[in-house]
Design a protein around this ligand. Structure first.
Ligand code: GRF
Length: 208
């Protein structure tokens, strides 16, 4: 298989981006992080990318008249670099149907809960972990899934579970979940880069 060009979309700290960069540098992923695109100028993820010599571009949503135009600009940046896999890593912007159609089954996201539970509108960051604790669940975790036009609804690729402890706060739970995110996100990208993720009737099969 040819080496995969990976584009990562970010808006914040970028610890998942870092996990992907580290896995590429260690040779675990057969590919390159070709570009990092951010919807926020102050995203620390941009600095992480530049520290590794990766092109990092801030595209300001405010400079575009609407979502469609902004997402077309994102798609253009990715296509210019022949990106074959788009990884959302804390990207706080809803992609347009056009964008999704351009990269069908080539966009993946990491969500800090066990989807289909605790997903959907408003379920991000602190809110997810707070909702999990308030619901009395004894387990949480993270999910890597393909992105479709819904919110957190695309086919699930891989999940990892963590315990919810009796004295958990959203911050403590977030940290435990994040450790698992950093393990499974690079693993999914590795599988993708090796052509081991197959979709049959909208369901994911992994051959490893
Ligand atoms: C992670 O918790 C991820 O699950 C969610 O956004 C957060 C991003 O964190 N989609 P980071 O920017 O990768 O540190």
């Amino acid at each position: 298989m040819p080496s995969l060009n990976i584009g990562v979309l970010v808006s914040g700290n970028g610890t998942n981006l870092q996990a992907l960069i580290d896995a590429v540098e260690k040779g675990k992923i057969k590919g390159t992080v070709s570009v990092v695109l951010s919807s926020r100028e102050d995203a620390y993820a941009l600095k992480r990318a530049r520290n590794h010599g990766i092109e990092a571009v801030f595209l300001d949503p405010e400079k575009y008249p609407d979502r469609d135009t902004y997402c077309k600009a994102l798609a253009r940046e990715l296509k210019r670099r022949q990106v074959g896999l788009v990884c959302l890593a804390g990207f706080m912007y809803i992609l347009s149907p056009y964008f999704i159609s351009q990269f069908k089954y080539r966009i993946i996201n990491i969500h800090p809960a066990l989807l289909p539970s605790f997903g959907g509108k408003g379920m991000y960051g602190y809110h997810v972990h707070e909702a999990v604790i308030n619901s009395g669940e004894s387990v949480s975790g993270c999910t890597v899934h393909f992105v479709d036009e819904g919110c957190d609804t695309g086919p699930i690729i891989l999940q990892s579970m963590v315990s919810v402890l009796s004295d958990d706060t959203p911050e403590k739970l977030a940290q435990r979940v994040l450790t698992e995110e950093h393990r499974i996100y690079p693993e999914v990208v590795r599988l993708f880069s090796e052509g081991k993720i197959i979709i049959e009737n909208s369901t994911v099969k992994i051959k490893d």
